[in-house]
Structures are given as C-alpha cells and as structure tokens.
Design a protein around this ligand. Structure first.
Ligand SMILES: N[C@@H](CCC(=O)N[C@@H](CS)C(=O)NCC(=O)O)C(=O)O
Length: 203
C-alpha cells in the first residue's frame, strides 16, 4: 500500500492528496507534525532528506518533491489529470512551471504573514503582491478562453495552484485575486470539487 508522509495543512502535501483523490488511489497517511518539528527528525529525514514534507513510499519505491510525486501518482492512477494531446500536456507543464517559479513563493509570503503569523517586511509583501497580480493577469487571459488552465478539462496544472489559493483567499491576497473575474470563477469551480473539499477538511 502506498504510504504518504505529510501534513494535511501543508500546501505541498495538499497537491499530493488532491492528486490521490482525483485519481482514486488508496493510501496510508502518516502525519508529520510540523509544529513539533517532526519533519526535522531522523524518522522523516529518512524519507525527505531536506527535512520537509511530503514524501512517499510506494512498496519500497521512495521519493520526495510534491510536484514530482503528483506526476508519478497521476501516471499510476485512473482518471488521469493529464488529459488531451501533447499540446494540452505541454500547457499543463507550462502552468506548473509558472506556479513553481512565479506564483507559490509569492503567495506564501501572504501565508507566512497572515496565516502562520510570521511577520514579513512591508516591502516583501508589496513585491509579492505585485508578482501575484502579474500571474493572475496572465491566468485571467487564459481563463477567459477556457474554464481550466490547460484547456477544457481539470488537470494537474489547476491542482498545483489550489493550495495557495485556498490559503491566499483568507488573506489580503484575496483582494488581488478579486480583480480578475475569470480567475475568481475558476477558483469557485475548482475549490467546490468534492475531492478538494475533503482535502481541506470542509467535507
Ligand atoms: N519543493 C518541496 C517543498 C516542500 C516544502 O517546503 N514543504 C513545506 C510544507 S508545505 C515544509 O516542509 N516546510 C517546513 C520546512 O521547510 O522546514 C516540495 O514541493 O515538496
């Protein structure tokens, strides 16, 4: 049985949980308590050598890095989150790359400040806000044409943004998101999926 080591509140773990839910795969979840520093203990570092979460052990096949894990699990699952042809899959990769390089690190500044109460310099938040706004403006352009980031179907690209939107919506980043009506409509659509509601403990 697939073993997942992570934390249900962790953004990176949530990408994996959502992938598992959407692709209908059973797993055994070992909760790593970040508050107690368990992620830095040898037990977790055996699975995740950087002392973070998540990691998996799939019948002896061990790996870490949330996006890589999500891609691997998607390969194995039913109802794959990589629909369509080569062009659609290339767009999925494009959007995951934007999330990794432009979006999540900036969205996390708001999460640190307002959710985790780890004070950020005002200039840091301002720069993060501008970066988020830029990404949302590019998303908006795409989402005026198609309901999901990579086209007409929900995909791994959407999954990768969801954990950051979920927390971001509880912070002033929400006001940035709200400038973009198609982004807001997309968020309403993806966040009300029963799978996501379960992942975030709302169902
Ligand atoms: N690139 C890694 C990042 C993992 C990561 O930063 N996880 C966070 C939780 S979302 C964590 O473990 N933070 C604790 C720490 O870095 O000490 C991935 O995608 O899995």
């Amino acid at each position: 049985m697939l073993k997942l080591f992570g934390n249900p509140y962790s953004t990176c773990t949530r990408k994996v949980l959502m992938t598992l839910a959407e692709t209908s795969q059973p797993y055994e979840f070992t909760v790593v308590d970040l508050g107690k520093g368990e992620h830095k203990q040898p037990e977790n570092m055996k699975h995740q050598p950087f002392g973070r979460v998540p990691a998996i052990d799939d019948d002896g096949f061990e790996m870490f890095e949330s996006r890589a894990i999500a891609r691997y699990l998607n390969e194995k699952g039913a109802n794959k989150l990589t629909p369509g042809d080569a062009k659609t899959r290339a767009k999925i990769e494009q959007w995951i790359s934007v999330e990794t390089s432009e979006f999540s690190q900036n969205a996390m500044k708001f999460v640190y400040e307002y959710v985790m109460k780890r004070p950020q310099e005002p200039a840091v938040l301002e720069a993060a806000g501008k970066a988020i706004e830029k990404v949302c403006s590019v998303m908006e352009e795409t989402l005026t044409k198609t309901p999901f980031l990579a086209g007409n179907e929900f995909s791994l690209a959407d999954v990768c943004y969801m954990p950051y939107f979920e927390y971001g919506m509880t912070t002033p980043a929400k006001e940035i998101f709200a400038k973009f009506p198609h982004v807001m409509k997309w968020w309403e659509t993806v966040s009300t999926r029963p799978t996501w509601q379960k992942v975030v403990g709302k169902a």
